[in-house]
Design a protein around this ligand. Structure first.
Ligand SMILES: Cc1cc2nc3c(=O)[nH]c(=O)nc-3n(C[C@H](O)[C@H](O)[C@H](O)COP(=O)(O)OP(=O)(O)OC[C@H]3O[C@@H](n4cnc5c(N)ncnc54)[C@H](O)[C@@H]3O)c2cc1C
Ligand SMILES: NC(=O)c1ccc[n+]([C@@H]2O[C@H](COP(=O)([O-])OP(=O)(O)OC[C@H]3O[C@@H](n4cnc5c(N)ncnc54)[C@H](O)[C@@H]3O)[C@@H](O)[C@H]2O)c1
Ligand code: SF4
Ligand code: FES
Length: 809
């Protein structure tokens, strides 16, 4: 029987989760096509707050990789927007001119952030916080500017503000009312929250109505209705969301605030469904994921013609603020009303506040501040409308000694552990026992617990520990390379060495990879490890590399590329500058910019022009795209600067010439300053060198990016030769010991400076071995630009083949 054609509009959290539920119900029923306006696979939008706060990276929040779509035979069009639904002809039209037929259609277009229509709101530097691009814009702004204003003191505004503080910005939060998070907290909870956030460095402008955004092209001030004006280089609007209903509305589907649906998520047009933040069910639209998952389950059953029971019945909301150091939980009705009574516990010394709202002897809502460990218990009591029979039911409101095991032991099987995904303790225990699960990741993959906001991860771990008892001790949660294997990075490297493996395919076959082709996480990692272990024999697999490394240029937002030629030590000359200027004229390069690493970046080059630009430049690649040595920044040094005691430029050039083109787990930046004034910013580089009278100090593990980290003093040496040798040993140890994609700063945090010193400074035999292996690694390196220019097949494949698809990263 021919499969029914199912089209999903909106490649976001609710839509794709619904597809997962459909595949669980009946995986062969549909031929599925998904359209998403964003240029990404489905990612965990919730964790954008964690990305901004520096706790995770954009790469790690992908929920469904491109491979997942492929494996499930789903045709995915990213960066493509559906503009029209023809419900009479049963097809959709896209902004790229595609017309795709459907038998069933799911609309999951989510919400748009509400942007206050203020004068000046269209200026540069005024953004929302909704997607990866917004998150990246904030991270970029923090690198160039100092002051941010966040408008809106709700969940989103506070999470954005915390992230911007972490990024080193000064932050004013503007709130229209006199209490923060008024949709989740009562006055007492809100006051305690404000005090806590002020102590963290947030500044609040309460009861301020914003009047205008000021500045020329870019915002530089914000003015308020009370006459106050504050400085601002960045304005983030977080004043709520509006369901994205325009497509449905214009296509004749009934809408109100959202797209109106029944209990089975059906709209008033046959075979058209809506799910997620765009859907309005019983006059309510939701802005949290837990209700959306329930909607998705109901819709999946309905569309697969399974017993859908009563369908979706609405949800009681619970929220947790995701700001580190501040625990806030709120569920159900949290404000007092004439027909409710409340039980309150408040400890002003420990800064703990707990309130339970009761109507007709049943719990209808709760607020927890400072200690949210009973959140799931309370949510369960609210959901099951638990009757209060005796105050001993609330003994858990007293101070919690943090003992997770007794907390889990006291939980009933039906109690929810993961509010976002509706997973109970009983569900997790059953999964652990039936599927022999031993790690949190396995529990997550099997039950969905901890798969959304992640705030329940510790509780999931506690249930695992409690269930496995003594066995838990033997089971060490390990970070696997990716979901294709149960092996960690270290184990993969050890197996490559031990078994003499020499190709990615062989690694995957011999080590029992779960997916034949691997994925975008493991392929580049395995490729790196093979090259690191067998530097002379291994032939680099270009197709396993991230797109920028395959193309040897950085792809830009608009599909053009940037080209950065090598400029050893940041030193140039009139001839090279003339050449760069001539090439820029010839290829109409729209932007030429100096980089933070003292290089010249030519931006906006058309893909087909990239190899021509390289040829005309006739300079080596600057590796600005690679997991390799990027730049050695140098100060003026002793020849010109009156403070200079050492030849910083000479040493910088020598270092760059020696270590250029070396493959490393992540990018490596270096700097050399000729005196402690440190003009080359050696303190925030992976390797930073600072000169003194007759000596050099070597600092390592510095980072000036998102995770600001000062370099640590590795050692002090006397000669340039000692610098070269020590850095060779250090970099080789990093190459061999760090996990792929681990910056030196993270690696040092993990292994500790003392350990690295013991290996490369104290153990002379080991140091010599490392230096020798580095010498081998440095042989056989070829400039990739020259290679491609001389290889017309490769050139054509990479730059002239219009069909080349750009995969993740
Ligand atoms: C920073 C942040 C933190 C959050 N934290 C939490 C939290 O802790 N807990 C929680 O429960 N919720 C949280 N949320 C809310 C949660 O992320 C949303 O409820 C959820 O993402 C909504 O899912 P959705 O699929 O309905 O919409 P979305 O995830 O927005 O997906 C809709 C997708 O459809 C696409 N689209 C729209 N129109 C079209 C079209 N015509 N054609 C093709 N594609 C289209 C959009 O580009 C978008 O990618 C947070 C949200 C943000 C922004
Ligand atoms: N931890 C979480 O669960 C979490 C985190 C982030 C976002 N979200 C969800 O994302 C969505 C968007 O979050 P949000 O915080 O923008 O929405 P929201 O509606 O929850 O809060 C908006 C806040 O902005 C304030 N506000 C409105 N107009 C204002 C103005 N002119 N000036 C100053 N303040 C003004 C409101 O009083 C309100 O407190 C919501 O659905 C939210 O639930 C959830
Ligand atoms: S670091 Fe010292 S030597 Fe180098 S430019 Fe600055 S002041 Fe001069
Ligand atoms: S409570 Fe959010 S993922 Fe479990």
């Amino acid at each position: 029987m021919a499969k029914r054609k199912l089209v999903l509009v909106g490649n976001g959290m609710a839509g794709v989760r619904t597809i997962e539920e459909i595949l669980k119900e009946d995986k062969d029923r549909f031929e599925i096509t998904i359209f998403g306006s964003e240029p990404h696979p489905n990612y965990n939008r919730i964790l954008l707050s964690s990305v901004l706060q520096g706790d995770t990276t954009v790469d790690d929040i992908v929920l469904n990789s491109y491979e997942w779509y492929e494996e499930n035979n789903i045709t995915l069009y990213t960066g493509e927007t559906v503009e029209k639904i023809n419900s009479d002809k049963k097809n959709v039209l896209t902004d790229k001119g595609q017309e795709v037929p459907y038998d069933d259609l799911i609309i999951a277009t989510g919400s748009n952030p509400f942007m206050l229509p203020l004068p000046g709101a269209d200026k540069k530097g005024v953004i929302a916080f909704r997607d990866i691009e917004d998150c990246e814009a904030m991270i970029d702004a923090s690198e160039n500017y100092e002051r941010a204003v966040v408008i809106g003191g709700g969940l989103l505004g506070l999470e954005a503000a915390r992230g911007l503080l972490n990024l080193g910005m000064e932050v004013d939060v503007v709130h229209i009312l006199d209490h923060l998070m008024e949709r989740q907290l009562d006055q007492t909870g809100s006051k305690m929250l404000k005090e806590e956030l002020e102590a963290q460095g947030m500044n609040f402008l309460m009861e301020h109505g914003t009047e205008a955004i000021l500045g020329k092209d870019r915002v530089n001030k914000v003015s308020f209705k009370n006459g106050k004006v504050v400085k601002a280089d960045l304005v983030v609007m977080a004043v709520g969301i509006k369901p994205n209903i325009s497509l449905a509305k214009e296509s004749g589907i009934t809408t109100n605030r959202g797209i109106v649906v029944d209990d089975y998520m059906q709209t008033d047009v046959p075979d058209v469904y809506a799910v997620g933040e765009c859907a309005e069910h019983r006059e309510l639209v939701y802005g949290l994921v837990a209700p959306l998952w329930d909607q998705g389950k109901a819709l999946a059953k309905k569309i697969c013609e399974k017993d859908a029971g009563a369908g979706y019945q609405g949800s009681i909301l619970s929220t947790k603020l995701k700001v580190s150091g501040v625990d806030v939980f709120s569920a159900g009705e949290f404000v007092d009303s004439p027909d409710t009574k409340a039980i309150r516990v408040q400890d002003e010394f420990e800064r703990i506040y707990k309130k339970i709202v009761v109507r007709d002897n049943r719990i209808v809502g709760a607020v927890l501040f400072g200690d949210t460990s009973e959140g799931s218990k309370l949510l369960n009591m609210i959901n099951t409308k638990t009757e209060i029979t005796d105050m001993s039911q609330f003994s858990f409101l007293q101070a919690n000694d943090g003992d997770q095991d007794s907390l889990v032991a006291d939980m009933a099987d039906g109690e929810q552990v993961c509010g976002c995904n509706g997973v109970s303790k009983g569900d997790i225990v059953t999964a652990i026992n039936e599927q022999n699960l031993t790690t949190v990741t396995e529990v997550k993959n099997c039950t969905n617990a901890a798969r959304s906001c992640g705030t329940c991860k510790n509780l999931v771990q506690a249930v695992l520990e409690h269930t496995l008892g003594d066995e838990f001790e033997q089971v060490d949660e390990k970070e696997t390379v990716c979901e294709c294997t149960d092996l960690s990075h270290e184990e993969v490297v050890a197996e490559i060495r031990e078994k003499g493996l020499s190709h990615t395919k062989e690694v995957m076959n011999v080590l029992g990879w779960k997916s034949e082709e691997g994925c975008s996480k493991c392929r580049p990692a395995v490729n790196y490890y093979l090259g690191m272990v067998n530097p002379t024999d291994y032939e680099d697999e270009k197709e396993s590399r991230f797109v920028n490394e395959r193309m040897h240029a950085n792809i830009q937002k608009d599909g053009t590329y940037s080209v950065v030629p090598r400029m050893y030590g940041g030193v140039t000359n009139p001839k090279d500058l003339r050449t760069i200027a001539d090439v820029a004229d010839k290829y109409d390069v729209p932007l030429i910019k100096l980089t933070g690493g003292q290089r010249i970046d030519m931006l906006g080059i058309k893909k087909e022009d990239v190899p021509k630009v390289w040829k005309d430049l006739d300079m080596p690649s600057g590796y600005a795209y690679a997991k390799s040595l990027r730049t050695v920044k140098t100060c003026v040094g002793k020849d010109f600067c009156r403070f200079g005691t050492q030849d910083a430029i000479g040493l910088g050039i020598a270092l760059e010439k020696k270590f250029e083109m070396l493959n490393t787990p992540h990018k490596v930046k270096m700097a050399v300053s000729a005196c402690p004034r440190n003009c080359a910013e050696s303190g925030i580089k992976d390797v930073g060198i600072v000169g003194g009278e007759g000596s050099w100090e070597l600092f390592v593990g510095g980072n000036g990016g998102t995770h600001l980290r000062a370099g640590e003093l590795l050692c002090k040496v006397s000669t340039d030769e000692e610098v070269m040798e020590t850095i060779a040993a250090y970099l080789q140890y990093y190459r061999e010991d760090a996990k792929y994609l681990e910056r030196t700063s993270h690696w040092l945090d993990r292994v500790g400076l003392a350990h690295v010193q013991s290996v490369i400074l104290e153990d002379t035999a080991k140091r010599k071995e490392l230096v020798d292996r580095m010498e081998v690694a440095l042989t056989n390196l070829k400039d990739p630009w020259a290679e491609i220019i001389n290889d017309s097949k490769k050139k054509n494949e990479l730059f002239e083949n219009k069909k080349l698809t750009v995969s993740q990263q």
